[in-house]
Design a protein around this ligand. Sequence first.
Ligand SMILES: [Mn+2]
Length: 416
Amino acid sequence: MFCTPADRRRSHHPADLIGTDRRAHHPDLTKLQGWKSMKAEADLPEGRWDEERRWALRMGLTGADSIEDKSIPTFARGELPHFAGINTFLKAPYAEDVTEVGDYDATILGIPFDGGTTYRPGTRFGPQGLRKISALYTPYNYELGVDLREQMTLCDAGDVFTIPANLEKSFDQISRAVSHVFSSGSLPVMIGGDHSIGFPCVRGIAECTSKKIGIVHFDRHADIQEKDLDERMHTTPWFHSTLLPNVPAKNLVQVGIGGWQVPREAVKVARDRETNIITMGDMEKMGIEKTAEMALEMAWDGVDMVYMSFDIDSIDCGFVPGTGWPEPGGFLPREALALASKVAAEGICGMELVEVSPPYDTSDITALMGTRVIVDVLGSLVASGNMGKHTRHIDKPVAIPHGEFEGKRWHGRTKR
Ligand SMILES: [Mn+2]
């Protein structure tokens, strides 16, 4: 019988399918992640959420009589409401006393430094930009089936005291702060800042261990020349990192490199040191799965830990306008998130998220993307069970003395 396109369309209407063999072609919902995640949520604990609400009432006092939800305090404390409060990253506890960071699985450490910038500045505001927009996230991810608040502990140690006009003094401060966090056993998660901080961050970790460290570096730029404009700018972190005795250049894997902003000077160094470069085109041809597998294989070859450096400009600049050296043709957000998660799933000894420049950002979109990379990495570490895997390699912890002071600041009534 002759069948018109209109007939064909009609025959696919669900009402026509009931009671026919076509019904077998309906998707099996139980195979969808959407279905599995809905079921899996029931098994996630809720104790920390209950604890947070009780803590909020203790800290912020009980709410007004007219408010029916008795978990709402008078003063906003903790996660809710998302638009209120003094922002730390994900509204995590502020470790104002940094000797407490060892009590947490991971520590957010802001590095407000853009003295290594060779084009657009502004990344000194990166940590605050990320903290601000991170407030809109809950700690739960539906697809992963992970609730960070229930399954790990996180604090925000605030920012490193950097010295705006001095790279070397800032590097010393940054390494000192990172080595303190790393030595405590808490996973250091650095939010930059321009990419010059990559070197002092890796140096801070490397000095606390006799073990070897590989690096997975997501970027459009190679960042491995010795100097730029006569200084160790944000184009140079991997030159200096891979000179550290326990950071072999052959374990540096640079993913997403390409375009018109890779200086030939850097390419010469990469060739001499035998680093590994996977271009955006390589990733497209191989696919995400294979790219992650290859990056992990090269980064982990003969080392004990892997560090992750994520430059937000590795993502196509259409998605991340607020960055120092925008370059078209980068990762799609979904590709970048999948790659970062797959690399993190094997365990990392630290990470940095760099080059978010809020003054050039639009609608906080670049900062949001940066926040997302970090929470996805944390989620992946939790889901894989590899959070804290690196701590057994901390065999040379540093101990940084604190100054002497008793009491509280700005505290106690002034005598009148
Ligand atoms: Mn870059």
